[in-house]
Design a protein around this ligand. Structure first.
Ligand SMILES: [Zn+2]
Length: 229
């Protein structure tokens, strides 16, 4: 049986989707859209605590991600379990993302912008690039993966990709009414957001900056790619 979702969020690690897109996700859930999260790595290197083992961190961070997703109203969370800081642009990774796209058949896919310059987490860059490639042309093309066809996973055309953390925003999403939900979702990532007062100030200021020139107060900004063919 194929489950469906209107929006797929491909996040490199737990918490990235909350920083980049949770206000928009919460608004869409209110509008009745179904959302799936695909979590590439469970973030097994995301600590400075010498007493926390990677497998323990995976367990904690997956629970945090599930809590944030539940709070936002995300209907499904898929963990791909790649090793943190080890994402590579491989045929296997690309096919895995294609598999999720064909399984859920989203109209919109959200991911980290791979084209942020200079300092940018390699996993963010790689997951964004692989997601774009998976959307087009690999998920779309019938003959790209004959074995997925045999599994019953038909080709799928995504209509739109929204990339967060972009240096080239062309779409600003109004999150004024869902900003508090975004903050609450971020707060679920307790292992990552120690001093939340400082993070809240930073997130709020960014959301204000992203809304500059718009007739709303708080925004998430994306580079939006529409796919016509
Ligand atoms: Zn990350």
């Amino acid at each position: 049986m194929v489950e469906l979702a209107q929006v797929m969020v491909v996040t490199p690690h737990p918490d990235d989707a909350e920083f980049g897109a949770a206000g928009t996700v919460a608004r869409w859930v209110r509008d009745g859209k179904s959302i799936v999260y695909v979590v590439c790595s469970s973030g097994d290197k995301g600590t400075s605590d010498p007493n926390v083992k990677p497998e323990e961190l995976v367990r904690i961070r997956e629970q945090e991600q599930l809590a944030a997703a539940k709070l936002l109203g995300v209907s499904d969370v898929v963990f791909l379990h790649y090793i943190d800081q080890a994402l590579e642009d491989t045929p296997e990774f690309r096919k895995n993302i294609v598999r999720q796209i064909r399984r859920y058949q989203p109209e919109i896919v959200m991911a980290a912008d791979p084209y942020r310059r200079y300092l940018w987490h390699r996993d963010h860059r790689i997951s964004g690039q692989v997601t774009l490639d998976a959307v087009f042309p690999y998920a779309r093309d019938r003959l790209a993966y004959p074995d997925l066809l045999e599994e019953g996973l038909q080709p799928h055309k995504v209509k739109e990709v929204l990339l967060w953390a972009t240096e080239d925003p062309n779409y600003r999403s109004d999150i004024t009414d869902t900003f508090d939900i975004k903050l609450a979702a971020l707060r679920c990532h307790k292992s990552q957001v120690g001093d939340f007062t400082r993070i809240e100030q930073w997130v709020r200021q960014r959301a204000k900056d992203m809304a500059k020139g718009e007739n709303f107060e708080l925004a998430e900004a994306f580079h939006r790619v529409e796919i016509w063919w």
